[in-house]
Design a protein around this ligand. Structure first.
Ligand SMILES: [Zn+2]
Length: 131
């Protein structure tokens, strides 16, 4: 019944669960931001956390955390970073299910994410902004 004590209790329990869930997501974002800013990446738990989090909130948390510790963040356009060979620059087309970069031009073979990271670190491809 509307306005009954049971209905009020249920409403309060629901609000409490929603607050708890929001706080857990916020805590999780801060944890992920800390991990990224400290360069403690490259593990599957972190990748899962990124998938679970709202991307824009994660980016904002990273920016705030970087400011807190006096670091800067570079934003990278990921387009093409996984398709180029980090050793010779050849285009090596592959879909996302292919996890190994294997270049027929120079023979380089490595994890595709590592190859993409090397392209990004090289600074030649796709840098689109710096904070
Ligand atoms: Zn190559």
């Amino acid at each position: 019944m509307k306005g009954s004590k049971n209905r009020l209790n249920a409403k309060q329990r629901m609000a409490k669960r929603q607050r708890k869930s929001a706080n857990e997501r916020k805590d999780n974002l801060h944890k992920v931001a800390n991990e990224i800013v400290k360069n403690m990446v490259q593990n599957h738990n972190l990748a899962k956390s990124i998938n679970d989090a709202s991307w824009s909130k994660l980016v904002n948390s990273c920016i705030y955390r970087a400011i807190d510790v006096g670091k800067y963040i570079e934003f990278v356009d990921p387009n093409g970073t996984g398709q180029l060979c980090s050793r010779c620059g050849a285009v090596v087309k592959k879909n996302l299910s292919v996890r190994i970069h294997s270049c027929n031009n120079c023979g380089l073979e490595m994890d595709r994410d590592l190859n993409a990271a090397l392209n990004i670190r090289g600074g030649t491809y796709g840098l689109c902004g710096t904070l």
